[in-house]
Design a protein around this ligand. Sequence first.
Ligand code: NDP
Length: 277
Amino acid sequence: MNGSSAPMAGVLGWPVRHSLSPRLHGHWLKRYDLPGSYEHLPVPPELFEGYVRALATNGYAGANVTLPHKEAALALCDEVDPAARAIGAVNTLIFRDGRIEGQNSDAFGFLESLRQDLPAWKPSTGPAVVLGAGGAARAIVFALKSAGVSEIRVVNRSAARAERLVADFGSSVTARPWTAAGLVDTCLLVNATSLGMAGQPPLELDLQSLPSTAAVADIVYQPLRTELLSRASAAGHATMDGLGMLLHQARPGFEAWFSHRPEVDAALRAAVLEGLT
Ligand code: NDP
């Protein structure tokens, strides 16, 4: 804690050293010449709740939350936004008037990234296929559903996990097996699994039946140019990498803590990319 009245925030995780959030928020603080600080806040699960309450009473404006604390964060909030409630996880805490508010900004980040990086894609264009049923996939299904996509197909290795997601999100969301992903009339394909990430198995999905007009997004950002995106791009699809979602999801927290609406631009992208190499 810096002992000044300048706003303080940070990212809670265990481990958390790898988090790019301090680099990202630090870039914005410098760029907008704002007083304040943002740091790594390592805390093990058994100390999480007490640590958050101590931050809240010791002058912190709030924090981001990363693995493994996102569900624990949801449980301790006095209030949470509809996205966090539906997704079942909180990634942004705001300490205000003695209360702890929780938000999930991943869905916002994904939609803003789509708006910036795939401007030609419109929710009304047609069905979307989401690969994965973990935390990130839940955020993406929530985002697409709230944007007005009328049919979302969830494809996941574990059928039970996909069925749980489908049960939580209603009849516009259906579960499909990998072998029948239903790409033939898909307008947006999103990889929200960890397949294709450095150190993980490759994502094996035949794109041949995907219409050439369909856009392909991959939220994996290590590597930035995944094999899926390379194949999609070579086949003529518009593509979007995972960095935009990572950058845009940080905006609501920054604005709440430091009272300035930040922008995602080439300079921020370059600053964060430097941390990825
Ligand atoms: P989870 O652990 O919650 O989910 C992982 C998903 O990947 C599940 O659907 C899982 O399937 C699937 N998966 C993992 N290994 C395999 C495999 N060998 N074969 C088939 N499917 C597999 O992780 P998250 O949802 O939090 O994150 C997923 C990815 O998204 C990560 O790479 C993460 O870095 C990235 N991400 C990017 C963000 C961004 O801002 N760009 C934000 C958040 C995450 P199953 O259910 O069967 O285990």
